[in-house]
Design a protein around this ligand. Sequence first.
Ligand SMILES: [Zn+2]
Length: 455
Amino acid sequence: MTQFHAKITGRDQAAMTDIVRKYKVLVARHTVEKVPHGYRVDAHATDEQIRALTADGYTVERLEDAHAAGKARQEEFLAHAAGAAAATLSVAKSAGYLSVDDVEKGLAAAAAAPYADFAKLVQLPSQTWEKRACHALKLGKGGGERVGIYFLGGVHAREWGSPDILLHFVQLLSDAYLHQRDITLGQKTFTAAQIKSIVDTKDIYVFPQANPDGRDYSMRHEAMWRKNRRPAPQGHTASNCVGVDVNRNYDFLWNFPKFFDPAAPVQNSTNPCDHDVYIGPEATSEPETRNAVWMLDEFANIRYFVDLHSYSEDILYNWGDDLDQSEDPSMNFQNPAYDGKRGIANDKAYREYIRADDKTKAVALANTMRDAIKAVRGRVYKTEQALSLYPTAGTSDDYAFSRHIVDPTKPKVFSYTIEWGSPDNPTPFHPPYPEMKRIIDEITCALLAFCVAAE
Ligand SMILES: [Zn+2]
């Protein structure tokens, strides 16, 4: 399926909600921009969708053919993967995206000598549909009360760079700890004492490549692939009918037709043949989702969670299903009185409850990451609530934060999604590697600053 990167302008808010609700276009950029003749979003749309939008009065600026442009990235990746440079497993020295196997090898190396004293490989319990084993890494040394911080990546197949970011983070932090060195990224320096304090007093859990089947498929076959590789349902032969969107499969308002206002522009689908956002046959049905959740269950000291995605240069905090409010605790995702009313951004029929002090803390930590990113080369990410005009359901960040509300015996986990990379990059889901390297430094800087600040 050919998708074009496009900027779509509509005349008012209602027209903008229709882009998702009626035309089923995937709005990649979270932000709706105000422009002189209305509002504009960054999106990926098929030829057919662009024709329908144009016929109905939208202005569509068609950018690159994502499929054709993605082929160029695939060729670069394959040429790199075949070369000797890939064998180093060092992201800093790599000239191209790491393959799925190399990410796994890099993780294993990060837990071996001389790092074994403070790094442990963690095998995830579920094999993927294509029978791959997944691993995470636990960094930390010493006992006592320790705060756990959990970084996840590689959930969406086409967002190739998140595993590279997380492996680089591990390699940089581990080497600096081992050799008692500072880390400097652009204008920001983390002192050796800060690095030592992270590893000696906190547990850092890194699960960099949650959907290896999808990532491999995107790198070698269809660059715009987003879902995992669950086999298509019986009787469905189209290639689109493979896979589930893992970041729509978590147990938070998963069954969105029941919970949301029918007019809400939720970017989710119950159709197994939806190219991008099929939610799966039930919540947490996917091995990739179960693995991501298992980390939260297994490591009860986790208090913070960051899920890496691309693109749009946003740092998103809870909630994603509706606008936040701190006045009425009974107006919340568990209350059936509000079923069918959620997800309309600009009304007051429903807003999601978050304690005022939690919100203050959530925003402060988001700003810490924003400032760290800016220090690398001046790019200013936007920190904002995960809901803009378009609500989400079944996503990791809302699921992770909702756990302590559903079950008060579980800890509160402050949760974020980072959408790295600019919409102005070519193939923004997986930009050319020289640009990706700069993004790797930016996000690594954000994650280090997060580890220092999160108490
Ligand atoms: Zn994503």
